[in-house]
Design a protein around this ligand. Structure first.
Ligand SMILES: [Cu+2]
Length: 149
């Protein structure tokens, strides 16, 4: 699958940091893609809804925890199938990374990751004090629907 299997390690674009309560209302967005919410803390990660159409997917991230967390979007059907590195993090050299976001401090963010169609797992791949956030539960499945031409 040339092209589709291209590994991209660009950082996700942080579109804007939302001031608390400030304009969640889109302003003339030509892309009707529904917004996706991603909530994380120590140590859970939840996305809803669990699917979105291909295109510019905007995600409102809320890190309600006390630690920094990162986000990596990888191609996988299930969380369990991901290969682990010795420290318990996901071995990103052995998976297809769609996009990743550098660690973010607690707070609200709006991101527009570059995702390809298919089943994805979004996860935090940080290891702090010997604890793999992924192994503690910071992973969720997400489906990007192929909308065709
Ligand atoms: Cu984390």
């Amino acid at each position: 699958m040339p092209g589709a299997v291209m590994r991209m390690r660009r950082l996700a674009v942080v579109v804007a940091v939302l001031a608390a309560g400030a304009g969640l209302v889109g302003c003339g967005n030509p892309n009707p893609t529904a917004e996706v919410r991603l909530r994380m803390d120590e140590f859970s990660l939840r996305m809803s809804p669990g699917a979105s159409d291909e295109g510019l997917i905007k995600i409102f991230v809320d890190n309600v925890g006390e630690l920094e967390h990162g986000l990596v979007f990888v191609r996988a059907k299930t969380v369990d199938e991901l290969p682990l590195a010795p420290d318990g993090s996901v071995d990103l050299a052995k998976v297809q990374v769609a996009d990743q976001l550098k660690p973010i401090e607690p707070g609200k963010y709006r991101i527009a990751p570059d995702l390809f169609p298919g089943p994805l797992v979004v996860l935090c791949n940080l290891v702090t004090d010997g604890v793999s956030h992924f192994q503690r539960g910071m992973a969720a499945r997400f489906q990007v629907r192929d909308v065709g031409d």
